[in-house]
Design a protein around this ligand. Structure first.
Ligand code: CA
Length: 230
Protein backbone atom coordinates (compact mmCIF):
# COMPACT_ATOMS: atom_id res chain seq x y z
CA UNK A 1 0.00 0.00 0.00
CA UNK A 2 2.85 2.37 0.78
CA UNK A 3 3.82 2.90 -2.86
CA UNK A 4 0.26 3.81 -3.84
CA UNK A 5 -0.41 6.40 -1.18
CA UNK A 6 -3.44 8.45 -2.07
CA UNK A 7 -3.30 12.20 -1.75
CA UNK A 8 -5.93 13.58 0.63
CA UNK A 9 -6.43 17.33 0.72
CA UNK A 10 -7.38 18.62 4.18
CA UNK A 11 -8.86 22.13 4.13
CA UNK A 12 -9.24 23.34 7.70
CA UNK A 13 -8.33 26.69 9.23
CA UNK A 14 -8.10 25.44 12.82
CA UNK A 15 -4.55 24.14 13.15
CA UNK A 16 -5.24 21.81 16.07
CA UNK A 17 -8.08 20.08 14.24
CA UNK A 18 -6.00 19.91 11.06
CA UNK A 19 -3.08 18.33 12.94
CA UNK A 20 -5.29 15.63 14.40
CA UNK A 21 -6.72 14.84 10.95
CA UNK A 22 -3.30 14.82 9.27
CA UNK A 23 -1.89 12.52 11.91
CA UNK A 24 -4.81 10.10 11.63
CA UNK A 25 -4.62 9.99 7.82
CA UNK A 26 -0.87 9.49 7.83
CA UNK A 27 -1.17 6.66 10.33
CA UNK A 28 -3.70 4.99 8.03
CA UNK A 29 -1.28 5.13 5.09
CA UNK A 30 -2.65 8.16 3.23
CA UNK A 31 -0.62 11.13 2.02
CA UNK A 32 -2.41 14.17 3.48
CA UNK A 33 -1.82 17.74 2.30
CA UNK A 34 -3.05 20.65 4.41
CA UNK A 35 -4.33 24.07 3.34
CA UNK A 36 -6.07 26.54 5.63
CA UNK A 37 -7.89 28.67 3.03
CA UNK A 38 -10.25 28.05 0.13
CA UNK A 39 -7.99 29.70 -2.39
CA UNK A 40 -5.04 27.51 -1.47
CA UNK A 41 -7.32 24.50 -1.66
CA UNK A 42 -8.40 25.29 -5.24
CA UNK A 43 -4.78 25.86 -6.25
CA UNK A 44 -3.77 22.53 -4.70
CA UNK A 45 -6.61 20.73 -6.47
CA UNK A 46 -5.55 22.18 -9.81
CA UNK A 47 -1.91 21.28 -9.31
CA UNK A 48 -2.06 17.76 -7.91
CA UNK A 49 -4.02 14.57 -8.40
CA UNK A 50 -6.06 14.67 -5.19
CA UNK A 51 -8.00 11.48 -4.40
CA UNK A 52 -10.37 13.11 -1.89
CA UNK A 53 -10.86 16.44 -0.14
CA UNK A 54 -11.82 16.87 3.52
CA UNK A 55 -13.39 20.31 3.49
CA UNK A 56 -14.29 22.48 6.47
CA UNK A 57 -17.43 24.56 5.80
CA UNK A 58 -16.25 27.63 7.76
CA UNK A 59 -13.06 28.91 6.11
CA UNK A 60 -11.57 32.40 6.51
CA UNK A 61 -11.66 33.51 2.86
CA UNK A 62 -14.64 31.69 1.34
CA UNK A 63 -17.15 29.08 2.43
CA UNK A 64 -16.44 25.40 1.99
CA UNK A 65 -19.59 25.29 -0.17
CA UNK A 66 -18.04 27.72 -2.66
CA UNK A 67 -14.77 25.78 -2.67
CA UNK A 68 -16.71 22.59 -3.43
CA UNK A 69 -18.74 24.24 -6.18
CA UNK A 70 -15.61 25.65 -7.84
CA UNK A 71 -13.74 22.38 -7.47
CA UNK A 72 -16.53 20.33 -9.08
CA UNK A 73 -16.52 22.68 -12.08
CA UNK A 74 -12.80 22.35 -12.67
CA UNK A 75 -11.39 19.17 -11.20
CA UNK A 76 -14.17 17.01 -9.76
CA UNK A 77 -13.09 15.36 -6.53
CA UNK A 78 -14.91 13.37 -3.83
CA UNK A 79 -15.63 15.64 -0.86
CA UNK A 80 -16.27 15.04 2.83
CA UNK A 81 -17.50 18.19 4.58
CA UNK A 82 -16.64 19.07 8.16
CA UNK A 83 -19.39 21.06 9.81
CA UNK A 84 -19.62 22.92 13.09
CA UNK A 85 -23.36 23.65 12.97
CA UNK A 86 -26.34 21.47 12.27
CA UNK A 87 -27.78 24.16 9.97
CA UNK A 88 -24.83 23.48 7.68
CA UNK A 89 -25.85 19.85 7.40
CA UNK A 90 -29.18 20.89 5.89
CA UNK A 91 -27.34 22.95 3.31
CA UNK A 92 -24.97 20.14 2.39
CA UNK A 93 -27.91 17.85 1.77
CA UNK A 94 -30.08 20.51 0.13
CA UNK A 95 -27.58 22.18 -2.17
CA UNK A 96 -26.63 19.04 -4.06
CA UNK A 97 -23.06 20.17 -4.18
CA UNK A 98 -21.78 16.76 -5.01
CA UNK A 99 -20.56 16.12 -1.48
CA UNK A 100 -20.04 12.47 -0.71
CA UNK A 101 -20.31 12.61 3.06
CA UNK A 102 -20.05 14.94 6.03
CA UNK A 103 -18.93 14.82 9.63
CA UNK A 104 -20.17 17.07 12.42
CA UNK A 105 -17.58 18.48 14.80
CA UNK A 106 -16.41 17.16 17.17
CA UNK A 107 -15.62 13.80 15.58
CA UNK A 108 -13.08 11.11 16.34
CA UNK A 109 -10.07 10.72 14.01
CA UNK A 110 -10.99 7.08 13.64
CA UNK A 111 -14.44 8.03 12.42
CA UNK A 112 -12.93 10.34 9.84
CA UNK A 113 -10.51 7.81 8.39
CA UNK A 114 -13.33 5.24 8.22
CA UNK A 115 -15.44 7.72 6.21
CA UNK A 116 -12.49 8.52 3.93
CA UNK A 117 -12.01 4.84 3.18
CA UNK A 118 -15.71 4.32 2.57
CA UNK A 119 -15.98 7.27 0.16
CA UNK A 120 -12.86 6.19 -1.73
CA UNK A 121 -14.29 2.69 -2.09
CA UNK A 122 -17.56 4.09 -3.41
CA UNK A 123 -16.00 6.55 -5.82
CA UNK A 124 -13.27 4.26 -7.08
CA UNK A 125 -14.75 3.93 -10.53
CA UNK A 126 -15.05 7.68 -11.00
CA UNK A 127 -12.82 9.76 -13.22
CA UNK A 128 -9.58 10.44 -11.38
CA UNK A 129 -8.99 14.06 -10.45
CA UNK A 130 -5.94 14.58 -12.59
CA UNK A 131 -4.41 17.98 -13.23
CA UNK A 132 -6.47 19.35 -16.12
CA UNK A 133 -3.60 20.91 -18.07
CA UNK A 134 -3.40 17.94 -20.36
CA UNK A 135 -6.53 19.00 -22.16
CA UNK A 136 -6.47 22.77 -21.80
CA UNK A 137 -9.18 23.27 -24.43
CA UNK A 138 -12.27 21.32 -25.34
CA UNK A 139 -14.48 22.46 -28.16
CA UNK A 140 -17.96 20.99 -28.51
CA UNK A 141 -18.88 22.43 -31.90
CA UNK A 142 -22.37 20.90 -31.94
CA UNK A 143 -23.23 22.86 -28.79
CA UNK A 144 -21.09 25.90 -29.62
CA UNK A 145 -19.42 25.31 -26.28
CA UNK A 146 -15.76 25.89 -25.47
CA UNK A 147 -14.24 24.66 -22.24
CA UNK A 148 -10.97 25.96 -20.91
CA UNK A 149 -9.29 23.75 -18.31
CA UNK A 150 -12.55 21.97 -17.76
CA UNK A 151 -14.55 25.14 -17.26
CA UNK A 152 -17.31 26.04 -19.73
CA UNK A 153 -16.79 29.59 -21.04
CA UNK A 154 -19.75 31.93 -21.23
CA UNK A 155 -19.00 33.63 -24.56
CA UNK A 156 -20.87 36.17 -26.64
CA UNK A 157 -21.29 35.22 -30.30
CA UNK A 158 -18.31 37.10 -31.69
CA UNK A 159 -16.10 36.01 -28.80
CA UNK A 160 -17.05 32.42 -29.55
CA UNK A 161 -16.31 32.78 -33.24
CA UNK A 162 -13.01 34.51 -32.55
CA UNK A 163 -12.01 31.76 -30.14
CA UNK A 164 -13.02 29.10 -32.67
CA UNK A 165 -10.71 30.58 -35.30
CA UNK A 166 -7.77 30.71 -32.88
CA UNK A 167 -8.43 27.19 -31.60
CA UNK A 168 -8.25 25.70 -35.09
CA UNK A 169 -4.61 26.73 -35.46
CA UNK A 170 -2.78 27.07 -32.14
CA UNK A 171 0.49 28.95 -32.55
CA UNK A 172 -0.53 30.57 -35.83
CA UNK A 173 -0.45 34.37 -35.85
CA UNK A 174 -3.65 35.92 -37.23
CA UNK A 175 -3.79 39.55 -38.30
CA UNK A 176 -6.71 41.62 -37.06
CA UNK A 177 -8.09 41.65 -40.61
CA UNK A 178 -7.99 37.87 -40.79
CA UNK A 179 -9.74 37.56 -37.46
CA UNK A 180 -12.41 40.05 -38.50
CA UNK A 181 -13.00 38.27 -41.78
CA UNK A 182 -13.28 34.90 -40.06
CA UNK A 183 -15.25 35.82 -36.97
CA UNK A 184 -17.57 38.65 -37.98
CA UNK A 185 -20.56 38.09 -40.22
CA UNK A 186 -20.21 41.63 -41.49
CA UNK A 187 -16.47 42.35 -41.24
CA UNK A 188 -17.02 45.86 -42.57
CA UNK A 189 -18.75 46.76 -39.31
CA UNK A 190 -15.69 45.87 -37.22
CA UNK A 191 -12.47 47.80 -36.81
CA UNK A 192 -9.04 46.83 -35.44
CA UNK A 193 -10.25 48.16 -32.15
CA UNK A 194 -13.26 45.87 -32.19
CA UNK A 195 -10.94 42.88 -32.37
CA UNK A 196 -8.73 44.27 -29.60
CA UNK A 197 -11.78 44.88 -27.42
CA UNK A 198 -13.01 41.31 -27.92
CA UNK A 199 -9.58 39.87 -27.16
CA UNK A 200 -9.59 41.90 -23.96
CA UNK A 201 -12.98 40.48 -22.97
CA UNK A 202 -11.83 36.96 -23.78
CA UNK A 203 -8.69 37.41 -21.70
CA UNK A 204 -10.76 38.51 -18.72
CA UNK A 205 -12.96 35.41 -19.02
CA UNK A 206 -9.95 33.12 -19.31
CA UNK A 207 -8.32 34.78 -16.31
CA UNK A 208 -11.41 33.94 -14.27
CA UNK A 209 -10.72 30.28 -14.99
CA UNK A 210 -6.92 30.29 -14.65
CA UNK A 211 -5.60 33.57 -13.19
CA UNK A 212 -1.97 32.79 -13.94
CA UNK A 213 -2.27 31.70 -17.54
CA UNK A 214 -2.42 34.00 -20.55
CA UNK A 215 -3.19 31.81 -23.54
CA UNK A 216 -3.88 34.67 -25.97
CA UNK A 217 -0.61 36.11 -27.24
CA UNK A 218 -0.30 39.63 -28.67
CA UNK A 219 2.17 40.01 -31.55
CA UNK A 220 3.00 43.69 -31.87
CA UNK A 221 2.02 45.14 -35.21
CA UNK A 222 0.91 41.71 -36.44
CA UNK A 223 -2.01 40.34 -34.51
CA UNK A 224 -2.81 37.52 -32.14
CA UNK A 225 -2.21 33.83 -31.67
CA UNK A 226 -3.29 31.12 -29.29
CA UNK A 227 -0.48 29.82 -27.14
CA UNK A 228 0.19 26.17 -27.85
CA UNK A 229 -0.62 24.28 -24.67
CA UNK A 230 -0.03 20.60 -24.12
CA1 CA B 1 -13.33 26.60 10.42
Amino acid sequence: MTNARQLILVVEDEATIAETILYALQTEGFAPVWTSTGREALAALAAQAVALAVLDVGLPDMSGFDVCREAQKRTPVPVIFLTARSSEVDRIVGLELGADDYLAKPFSPRELTARVRAVLRRTNGREPAAPDHRTAWQHDEARCLIRYRGHALDLARNEYRLMTVLLRSPGRVFSREQLMAAAWEDPGSATDRTVDAHIKLLRAKLRDVAPLSDPLVTHRGMGYSLREEI
